[in-house]
Design a protein around this ligand. Structure first.
Ligand code: HPA
Ligand code: ZN
Length: 346
C-alpha cells in the first residue's frame, strides 16, 4: 500500500502513465478509429455516408448516450470478416499495452454483427485470437465479456447466448449495454439467471443516465458483480452504503461522461467523491475512438481537472486489479508490480 508521500506532485503525470493498471470497461467496437473504419470499408466494399476520415470525426459531437450509439452502430457496420474483428482488437490491445494496461476485460456486442448476417463464430474467433496473440506479444492478459443489447428483447438475448455457448471457453462473462433509460435491468432477469447457472461472470451498465433504481435492480435481480458507470448512485445514500459494504466496483469512464454530457465539465465529475465515500471505483475509457482518449488520457485529464491525489492514483490502480476477474495469483503479481512502480518514484 502506497500513499504517494515522498513523490513530488510534478511527477504525477509520469506516474499515472507508467503505473500498471487494468481496463475493465472498454467496448471493442468503440475502439474502432475512423482510419480503420475507412480501411475496412474499402477492404469489404462497404459504402459509408461520410466522404473522409475528417468528415466522420466531425460527426463525433454528442448530446447524450443515444446520439453516440447511432454513430457507434453505423461505424461497426464495416466489420465483416474474422480478420476485421482481429485487427480491431489487435489495434486496441497494442494501444492499451502502450498505456501500461496489463489486464483488459473487453466488452463486445455480438448482436450488432449477427443482425447484419455476420456469424457468431466470426466475431468471437477474431477477437479471441487477438487476445491470445497480445498476451504472447506484450504479456497483457485479456479476456472477453459478451454484452446483450438492452434495447432488444430478452428472447433475443437468449438466442444470442445460445449461439455463443459453443465458444463458452472464449468469454468469461456477460454484460448489458446500449440505451439505458426505458430498458431497466429487470427486463433481463431470466437470461442473467441462466448465465449465472453457467458460471459466467455478470456485469451491467447501470446509473450512467438511468436512475439509482437501475443500479439496485442490477444488483438484486441480475446479481451482477460490478456496475458499469454507476455514477448516478451518488444520488442515493442507501445505495452508496450498499456499494461500499459489498465492495461492488464501479467502472467509471470520465471522458465518456464528459462527451455524453452526463457531467457538464470534467471538473464537476464525481470520481473523487466516490473514492472518498469508500467505493471501489476505477477509471476506464469506454469507447476511446469516439470520446477523445485512451486510458492514460482519461487518467491524465481527470487528475488535472479534479485535483485527485497521488494516493488516489494508487487507489485507482489497486481498485482496478481488485475489481477484475483475474485469478488471485495474477492479481498478486500486478499488485506487486504496482508497489514496485510507486517505490521507484519515491
Ligand atoms: N453505455 C451504453 N452502451 C454503450 C456504451 C455506453 O457507455 N458504449 C458502448 N455501448
Ligand atoms: Zn460502456
Amino acid at each position: 500500500m502506497h500513499t504517494g508521500q515522498g513523490i513530488p506532485r510534478e511527477r504525477l503525470p509520469q506516474l499515472l502513465a507508467r503505473m500498471p493498471k487494468a481496463e475493465l470497461h472498454i467496448h471493442i467496437e468503440g475502439s474502432l478509429e475512423p482510419e480503420l473504419i475507412f480501411r475496412l470499408a474499402q477492404r469489404n466494399g462497404v459504402a459509408l455516408p461520410y466522404a473522409s476520415v475528417e468528415e466522420l470525426r466531425k460527426a463525433y459531437a454528442f448530446s447524450n448516450l443515444q446520439s453516440f450509439l447511432d454513430i457507434y452502430y453505423a461505424g461497426a457496420s464495416v466489420l465483416i470478416t474474422e480478420q476485421d474483428f482481429h485487427d480491431m482488437a489487435q489495434a486496441y490491445l497494442r494501444r492499451a499495452a502502450a498505456d501500461n494496461v496489463v489486464h483488459a476485460e473487453i466488452f463486445f456486442d455480438p448482436q450488432t454483427h449477427t443482425a447484419r448476417g455476420v456469424g457468431m463464430d466470426t466475431v468471437i474467433n477474431g477477437l479471441h485470437r487477438a487476445c491470445a496473440e497480445a498476451q504472447a506479444e506484450s504479456g497483457i492478459t485479456a479476456s472477453l465479456i459478451l454484452c446483450f443489447l438492452r434495447h432488444l428483447s430478452e428472447e433475443e438475448a437468449f438466442e444470442t447466448l445460445e449461439q455463443a455457448l459453443p465458444h463458452r471457453d472464449k468469454f468469461i462473462g456477460v454484460g448489458l449495454d446500449s440505451s439505458e433509460v426505458g430498458h431497466p435491468p429487470e427486463k433481463f432477469a431470466k437470461v442473467f439467471a441462466r448465465c449465472r447457472e453457467l458460471g459466467l461472470h455478470l456485469v451491467a451498465h447501470a446509473g450512467e443516465e438511468g436512475p439509482p433504481a437501475y443500479v439496485w435492480t442490477a444488483l438484486d435481480l441480475l446479481k451482477v458483480e460490478r456496475i458499469d458507470h454507476g455514477v448516478q448512485s451518488i444520488k442515493d445514500p442507501a445505495l452508496m452504503a450498499r456499494l461500499v459494504k459489498d465492495r461492488i466496483p464501479l467502472t467509471v469512464c470520465p471522458l465518456s461522461n464528459l462527451k455524453l454530457c452526463v457531467f457538464p465539465k470534467l471538473e464537476e465529475h464525481n470520481i473523487g467523491r466516490l473514492l472518498e465515500a469508500g467505493i471501489v471505483a476505477t477509471i476506464n475509457s469506454d469507447d476511446p475512438a469516439y470520446f477523445g482518449g485512451y486510458l492514460n488520457d482519461n487518467f491524465l485529464q481527470t487528475f488535472a481537472a479534479t485535483g485527485l491525489t497521488l494516493q488516489q492514483a494508487y487507489q485507482l490502480a489497486a481498485n482496478s486489479f481488485e475489481a477484475s476477474f483475474a485469478d488471485a495469483s495474477v492479481k498478486r503479481r500486478y499488485n506487486d508490480l504496482l508497489d514496485e512502480t510507486f517505490a521507484s518514484f519515491e
